[in-house]
Ligand binder design. Structure first.
Ligand code: ZN
Length: 434
C-alpha cells in the first residue's frame, strides 16, 4: 500500500545500509561538533573510524538524562549557534528541564516524520485536524502543527482545554480528526455524548499523544464519541527525540511502526545493558541518524517496551515496538527474573473479572528462604463474591503470569474498592523480603 511521506526504502537490507551510513555520519558529526560528546567517546576509547558495521553501535557509550543536566543549558549541542533556529524544552524545574536544539534541517526532518504519522493514520489532505495539545516551549503543539501543514491537511490550532470552544469548533468547522491526550479524548467523548453531538459532527479519528490509553479507555471513548475503535491512534514522542511524531500504530494496531530511517532503536536489559531476545521487554535506547543540533548516541529513555515480531498486514517495512509498558526504574528482581510492575498491570487488565487496582507483595516465609510473590486484586465492580468465580480468577491470573513472566505467584482476591487509591502515583510493590 502506497502512503504519502512513507519511506522510499524497499528492503531490510537497504534499511540497514542506510542506517550504517547515517550512524557513521552521526558519530563523526558529534565527535567533531561537540566537545562534550568527544570527551565521552574518548573516555570509551572509540573514534569514528571504529564504526564499520551496525553491530559496532555497541562500542559507543550511553547517553542519559544526567548528561542533559550536566551539559545544561544547551546539552549535546553539536553545531555552532548560528545554525540553530529553535529550542524546545520539557517541563521540569531549572537544571532538570531537558533542553534540545534544532537546526532548520532538524525542524524539516521532524515535519516529514510527523507527516508520515498522519499518513499512517490514513488521513488525507481533505481532513480538518483540530490540534488540542499545548503550544509553547514544549514540543507537542509545534509537532502536530508543522506535521499537519507539511502533510497538507487543514489545521485548527486550538490548543488544550476550553471544551466549549472545542465542541463549537467540532460543529462549525467540520473537524474530522482530533489530536489530544487520551484523558482529553475521554472528556471530549463524554461531552459529545452529553450534548448529543454524535451524528451532527464529522469527527472520524483521534490521535492520542504523550499518554498511554488503556484498551478499556479507548473502548469508552469510541462508544461515547462514535469514532470507530480502529480509528483511535497512539503517537509516541519525547522531547529528546524531536518530540511527538517518531512513529504511529497503523489501523491494524499491531504495535507502533517507528521510523527506523531516522533513528536506531535498541531494546536492552536495563541491568546488563545487553540486548534482550526479540519479543522480550527491555529498555528503549535510541540513536539518531540525521539529527544535527542535539544528536542522541545510545540515549537511555528508561521507557520499557518490546519489539513486535513478524510483519504488519499493512505491508510497511518500518519495524514495530509495543506500546510503552512502563519505566525501567520501577523494575524489581524476583528469583533472578527482572519483573516490571507494568507487565503485571497489563496481564491483569486483560482479565475482565478484576478491577484496575492491585498490589504486589514480595516476602520470604523463613529467613534466607525462597522468595514468594502475592498479588492482591479486587473483584471487578459489580461482580458478586462466589467460590467458583474466585477460583476461576485465581487460576486465570496464575496461569497468565506463569505463561508470560515464567514465575509462580499466589493470588488474593478482595472486594471491589478495598485496596487504597491515590490521586498521585499509587504504591503497588511492597518488598518485605528482609
Ligand atoms: Zn501496519
Amino acid at each position: 500500500m502506497k502512503r504519502p511521506f512513507d519511506t522510499k526504502i524497499k528492503t531490510e537490507k537497504e534499511l540497514k545500509t542506510l542506517q550504517l551510513d547515517e550512524l557513521k555520519w552521526t558519530v563523526n558529526h558529534v565527535y567533531n561538533g561537540s566537545a562534550y560528546y568527544r570527551k565521552k567517546l574518548e573516555e570509551a576509547g572509540v573514534t569514528p573510524g571504529d564504526i564499520k558495521a551496525l553491530e559496532d553501535i555497541r562500542k559507543l557509550p550511553f547517553t542519559t538524562s544526567k548528561d542533559l543536566q550536566e551539559d545544561y543549558p544547551f546539552p549535546l549541542r553539536s553545531v555552532p549557534f548560528e545554525k540553530i533556529v529553535r529550542i524546545h524544552a520539557s517541563s521540569g524545574t531549572t537544571g532538570k528541564r531537558k533542553v534540545l536544539c534544532y537546526t532548520a534541517k532538524d525542524v524539516d526532518d521532524w515535519a516529514e516524520m510527523f507527516a508520515r504519522c498522519y499518513s499512517y493514520a490514513d488521513c488525507t489532505i481533505e481532513d480538518r485536524i483540530q490540534i488540542a495539545v499545548g503550544y509553547g516551549v514544549w514540543t507537542a503543539g509545534w509537532g502536530f502543527q508543522n506535521g499537519c501543514e507539511r502533510f497538507g491537511a487543514m489545521s485548527i490550532p486550538i490548543g488544550p482545554g476550553n471544551t466549549d470552544m472545542q465542541c463549537q469548533f467540532l460543529e462549525d468547522f467540520g473537524t474530522t480528526v482530533m489530536t489530544c491526550t487520551a484523558s482529553m479524548g475521554l472528556l471530549m467523548a463524554e461531552l459529545i455524548d452529553e450534548r448529543g453531538l454524535r451524528g451532527k459532527i464529522e469527527l472520524k479519528k483521534m490521535i492520542f499523544g504523550s499518554e498511554r490509553a488503556s484498551d478499556a479507555m479507548r473502548m469508552r471513548i469510541s462508544e461515547l464519541s462514535g469514532v470507530r475503535y480502529d480509528q483511535l491512534f497512539d503517537i509516541p514522542g519525547m522531547t529528546e527525540l524531536y518530540g511527538p511524531g517518531t512513529g504511529l500504530d497503523c489501523r491494524h494496531h499491531t504495535g507502533i511502526h517507528y521510523w527506523a530511517d531516522y533513528y536506531i532503536l535498541e531494546i536492552l536489559n536495563p541491568d546488563t545493558l545487553e540486548p534482550v531476545p526479540e519479543g522480550e521487554v527491555g529498555e528503549m535506547v535510541v540513536t539518531t541518524l540525521k539529527k544535527e543540533a542535539s544528536p542522541l548516541i545510545r540515549y537511555r529513555t528508561r521507557d520499557l517496551t518490546r519489539l513486535m515480531p513478524g510483519e504488519c498486514p499493512c505491508g510497511s517495512i518500518m519495524p514495530r515496538h509495543d506500546r510503552i509498558l512502563g519505566r525501567s526504574d520501577d523494575m524489581f528482581i524476583f528469583r533472578a527474573v527482572n519483573i516490571y510492575p507494568s507487565h503485571i498491570d497489563q496481564i491483569l487488565s486483560n482479565i475482565k473479572e478484576v478491577g484496575s487496582e492491585y498490589q504486589i507483595i514480595l516476602y520470604r516465609k523463613d529467613t534466607g528462604g525462597k522468595d514468594h510473590m502475592k498479588i492482591k486484586v479486587e473483584r471487578a465492580q459489580g461482580l458478586q463474591h462466589s467460590h467458583d468465580s474466585d477460583k476461576y480468577i485465581r487460576k486465570a491470573i496464575e496461569k497468565e503470569i506463569k505463561k508470560q513472566i515464567l514465575i509462580s505467584c499466589d493470588v488474593e482476591i478482595e472486594n471491589y474498592g478495598s485496596l487504597p487509591r491515590s490521586e498521585r502515583k499509587t504504591k503497588r510493590v511492597f518488598d518485605n523480603r528482609d
